[in-house]
Design a protein around this ligand. Structure first.
Ligand SMILES: C[S@@+](CC[C@H](N)C(=O)[O-])C[C@H]1O[C@@H](n2cnc3c(N)ncnc32)[C@H](O)[C@@H]1O
Length: 203
């Protein structure tokens, strides 16, 4: 059976034109955040589950060395074409759970959008461990969490999350620095998403 743990699951959604998450443009929430003084001006960015890479390209064009990770062939093909046009963008065709940190090059920033809700809820702690191992001490996770609603449902993907769940899970791993309610959400996500800035301990 195809499960969301497998690239074939995602590839079938791309091929079946069921990629409803793809906005066909940079997420306006990210464009809005770029203007926020809290948005880091520098730093290497990792984008797990980057899809066709609209947002990863935006980071690269803002001047950040950016690594986009995905394991669905349709997404990787588009990402690779983008990488040819954008020298600061590179692509890893890999299961994000298999990423190995290069100790000399940990990331300063992880940009999360749509991957947390794509990962099976049973793997969320494991996903946070990926963030932790790929991020340098003192690094920042910029997470656009959606759907962020009051729920205990495990439906999806996209699998919703709630403030309570995030607070409980993040407690020992990352420190919540800021919650931002975006003004520029696309209509279907308005009121159901927030940007959370999560800082890894300096150690
Ligand atoms: C819901 S889409 C979001 C894409 C993009 N971030 C966006 O916001 O448009 C989730 C993406 O994560 C990828 N993905 C899911 N699980 C993955 C894994 N374990 N390793 C790498 N990519 C994964 C899928 O192939 C898909 O492209």
């Amino acid at each position: 059976m195809l499960t969301q743990n497998l690239p074939e699951y995602w590839e079938s959604l791309y091929q079946g034109k069921k990629d409803t998450w793809d906005l066909g443009k940079v997420n306006p929430v990210l464009t809005e955040f770029f203007k926020n003084p809290l948005c880091p001006k520098k730093g290497r960015v990792l984008v797990p589950g980057a899809g066709r890479g609209w947002d990863a390209v935006a980071w690269a064009q803002r001047g950040h060395e950016t690594v986009a990770v995905d394991f669905a062939q349709s997404a990787v093909s588009v990402l690779s074409a983008q990488a040819e046009k954008n020298p600061k963008l590179s692509v890893l065709n890999i299961d994000l759970f298999e990423m190995i940190p290069k100790s000399t090059e940990p990331f300063d920033i992880i940009y999360e959008c749509g991957c947390f809700s794509a990962v099976h809820p049973g793997r969320r702690d494991e996903y946070f461990e990926v963030w932790d191992k790929m991020l340098r001490p003192g690094g920042l996770v910029i997470a656009v969490f959606h759907p962020l609603i009051k729920t205990t449902s495990l439906e999806g993907p996209p699998h919703p999350t709630s403030e309570g769940e995030l607070m409980a899970r993040l407690d020992s791993v990352l420190e919540l620095e800021e919650r931002i309610v975006p003004k520029k959400s696309v209509p279907e996500r308005a009121g159901k998403e927030e940007i959370w800035l999560l800082r890894k301990e300096k150690r």
